[in-house]
Design a protein around this ligand. Structure first.
Ligand code: PMP
Length: 396
């Protein structure tokens, strides 16, 4: 083909995770690659009833176009939930329903980023956010990150070095890919710096509700005095990702801009999906549902960590997340995780090598494991095979 594409198309490579997911759809594959919730916990029977109730009582409205901002009762529920769980101070007019929190990320790029603009992010960070922002032609600057989050001294130094920075993107709860969460003082400091320098922060939080242990901390937004912190949330991990319903929360004047931009993308998110979720929340106890998710994921995390302890060489280190979906593995520097992956794929075991999660530094000795979507016996088998490949590379 000799058609001329936009520059943003040539800058973007197909996502390694998406490609891997296609491969791992084969039933005999043991996949630790995706970030998939456990499908056996989707409340299918309840949804069948909700669907019938909705269509009988409100069928016409459920199938009609609706407002860009989203279904009011759902926005009310979200504002209340965020205030309770994240210590924010939102009302329904601070909430815009989006098509997954992924759309909130994309719209943030659309609103803030011009060609050549600078975005600060954690190192490593969520791959599909990098791709979404990259489509707007931005440049990334990685901020040094450790087990307590972004290092604020490095952030301050980078703000001095790049005073033109347009956006800071962070995932402070059970981060994708590391599974780690920020400590309190860094949350507070980021809010302070964001306000002082008027740099918007996107606080992306799809996993915060998936805490198996430890104390929940207030969000970064809780410390926001200047109205510069925007938050995302989603029903993907506490309900079902197939609905593609998430949200963006922030100051009302900013939400107006998002609303106008969203109209250009899809007018509004799926009306029926929004209303179905609202009916579910009214008819059923979502906390009881989340409790079931937590019990299963905790068991799977423990199974994975235990098997890793038994089979991984001692030179390999990894995170012990208190929640979320992921464990992050660091190999000795000389070992290339993509090589390990190639060998594991022969054994029909998949994970995602870490390189793609780095905006610029492209470290090669890390990888991400998902523990939520495979049953325990397959976790044990898969980790054992992975352990054997690691032993072969590291101890020989
Ligand atoms: N942010 C992060 C950090 C994610 O890992 C994901 C997907 N797993 C998303 C946002 C998007 O999720 P969704 O669009 O399903 O809400």
């Amino acid at each position: 083909m000799s058609m001329k594409f936009a520059k943003r198309v040539s800058d973007i490579q197909s996502s390694e995770v998406r490609e891997l997911l296609k491969l791992t759809e084969q039933p005999d594959f043991i996949s630790f690659a995706g970030g998939l919730p456990a499908p056996e916990l989707f409340p299918v029977d309840e949804i069948l009833k909700v669907n019938e109730l909705l269509l009988k009582e409100d069928g016409e409205a459920a199938l009609q176009y609706s407002t860009t901002e989203g279904h009011e009762p759902l926005r009310e529920w979200i504002a209340e939930r965020m205030n309770q769980r994240l210590q924010t101070n939102f009302d329904k007019d601070n909430i815009l329903i989006t098509s997954g929190s992924q759309q909130a990320i994309d719209l943030t790029g659309k609103i803030f980023l011009d060609e050549g603009d600078i975005v600060f992010c954690e190192s490593p960070t969520y791959l599909a956010a990098l791709n979404a922002f990259k489509a707007y032609g931005c440049q990334f600057v990685e901020i040094a990150t450790d087990e307590d989050g972004m290092i604020m001294e490095d952030l301050e130094a980078k703000i001095q070095e790049y005073p033109q920075v347009k956006l800071i993107y962070v995932i402070p709860e059970f981060q994708n890919p590391t599974g780690l969460s920020w400590n309190l003082s860094r949350r507070q400091k980021l809010a302070e710096l964001s306000g002082k320098y008027q740099i918007p922060v996107l606080e992306d939080n799809p996993y915060g509700e998936l805490r198996f242990e430890g104390e929940a901390l207030p969000s970064i937004r809780h410390f926001d005095q200047a109205g510069t912190i925007l938050c995302t949330g989603t029903f993907s991990k506490i309900f079902c990702p197939g609905y593609r319903i998430g949200w963006l929360a922030g100051e009302k004047e900013l939400l107006q801009k998002y609303t106008i931009m969203k109209q250009g993308t899809d007018l509004h998110s799926n009306t029926k999906a929004q209303r179905e979720i609202a009916v579910y929340l009214q008819q059923y106890d979502i906390d009881a549902h989340i409790t079931k998710i937590l019990a299963l994921y905790r068991k799977r995390r423990d199974t994975m960590l235990q098997k890793m302890k038994e089979t991984f060489p001692k030179e390999v280190s990894y995170t012990h997340p208190e929640g979320g979906l992921f464990i992050w593995v660091t190999l000795p520097e000389a070992i290339d995780a993509t090589q390990i992956l190639q060998e594991c794929l022969q054994e029909k075991v998949a994970f995602v090598s870490g390189e793609t999660f780095y905006a610029t530094s492209k470290k090669r000795n890390t990888f991400r494991l998902n523990f939520s979507s495979m049953p325990e016996d397959r976790i044990e088998t898969g980790i054992e095979k992975l352990g054997q490949v690691l032993v072969k590379h590291i101890q020989n």
